[in-house]
Design a protein around this ligand. Structure first.
Ligand code: FAD
Length: 326
């Protein structure tokens, strides 16, 4: 895709996720599927970047189907914007060697922030099937990313203050790794305790941050965070919020995520003259309650559009006044 051409080759250090202070916001994009979608994304991306998010994450198609295009978007963010890009990676169906090669390819491109996922097995697959690959969980991918980076850059030489020309050896650059969290339970999970154990295992494997699956009630997320803290999870957990702009979109995301259909939201969208306004108002109330309940930031699923996510952020006061939509 030519619209994501590289304009600047200067490398950027990893910015660790902000903790404390003003709540953060971040965005998720998916790689465009054709040239027209790439041009539309380019226009929305300029608006999203101008809002100065903490990071922008770029999804990764199942079985690596979007590998090249995801990398194009990530390279554009790295080299033409000041925003930290985060690469989603999935490992289901990959051998250790294939997953290591994939990680190296993204590190070589300059990506230093990842969202590590196992990903969905193909329909009908059963755990233990050989074609599901070598990595049995997202936690194993977290470990593998850290290992590949440590092998690639085992140490760095740093200047010694006051001794010109002297160098000291320090551990190599660490990468930032996020993982997924499921406030209402993952569809394959047997219990919420299993989801909490899985999240704890991801942190133990070296994850720095969790980003949640979408949900429709603030208490679903806030209650989950309370249980996660009691279980021993200490990393940041960002709520994933999606402004749902139509009835069709609501049905689609419920089908994809396995969440329970929110009946009131469905009714409000069905009876509205302007369903998008209803969806934005719903996401704004949700974000307001999450921030009031102590969420350290909001991660917005953008569907590659800027209008609704920026409207939500403006309404909850997270945008600088110059960027707040009228
Ligand atoms: P895990 O957390 O490892 O597992 C999910 C749950 O399944 C666990 O909580 C556990 O309860 C249960 N489980 C795990 N292993 C077993 C087992 N052996 N037996 C029984 N139960 C088990 N998908 C993509 O393809 N590309 C993307 O870019 C992408 N981005 C995402 C971003 C976010 C923020 C989220 C929330 C999801 C995303 N997904 C993406 C979807 C994701 O791949 C699926 O939800 C997947 O099923 C779970 O991924 P995971 O790696 O977090 O799994």
């Amino acid at each position: 895709m030519t619209v994501f051409g590289i304009e600047d080759e200067s490398p950027r250090p990893v910015a660790p996720p902000q903790a404390g202070g003003r709540p953060t916001f971040s965005f998720e994009l998916y790689p465009p599927r054709n040239e027209a979608a790439a041009e539309a994304l380019h226009r929305s991306l300029a608006q999203l970047v101008a809002a100065s998010p903490e990071f922008i994450s770029v999804t990764y198609g199942a079985n690596g189907s979007s590998r090249g295009v995801s990398l194009d978007v990530l390279r554009h963010l790295l080299h033409s914007t000041a925003v930290q890009p985060m690469a989603h990676l999935t490992c289901v169906g990959s051998s250790y060697a294939e997953a290591s090669q994939l990680i190296r390819e993204f590190l070589d491109a300059g990506v230093t922030s990842f969202l590590a996922l196992r990903g969905d097995p193909p329909a009908g697959a059963r755990e233990g099937d050989a074609f599901l690959g070598d990595l049995g969980s997202a936690g194993e991918l977290v470990q593998l990313i850290h290992r590949v980076q440590a092998e690639r850059e085992p140490f760095v030489q740093l200047p010694v203050p006051g001794f010109p020309g002297a160098r000291r050896i320090a551990g190599g650059q660490k990468v930032t790794i996020a993982v997924a969290a499921f406030p209402n339970g993952h569809p394959r999970s047997r219990s919420i305790e299993q989801d909490l154990d899985t999240l704890l295992a991801k942190e133990a494997a070296g994850a720095d941050l969790a980003i949640s699956q979408l949900f429709f009630e603030a208490d679903d997320f806030l209650g989950f965070v309370d249980r996660a803290r009691t279980a021993g999870v200490t990393m940041r957990i960002l709520p994933g919020v999606m402004p749902v702009l139509s009835v069709a979109q609501l049905h689609r995301i419920v089908e994809l995520s396995g969440e329970t259909l929110p009946v009131q939201l469905l009714h409000d969208l069905e009876s509205a003259d302007d369903p998008a306004a209803v969806g934005i108002a719903h996401a704004t109330r949700l974000a307001d309650r999450l921030l009031a309940g102590g969420a350290s930031g909001i991660h917005l699923y953008t569907f590659n559009r800027h209008e609704a996510p920026l409207a939500v952020l403006g309404a909850v006061g997270l945008l600088d006044s110059a960027r707040t939509p009228a």
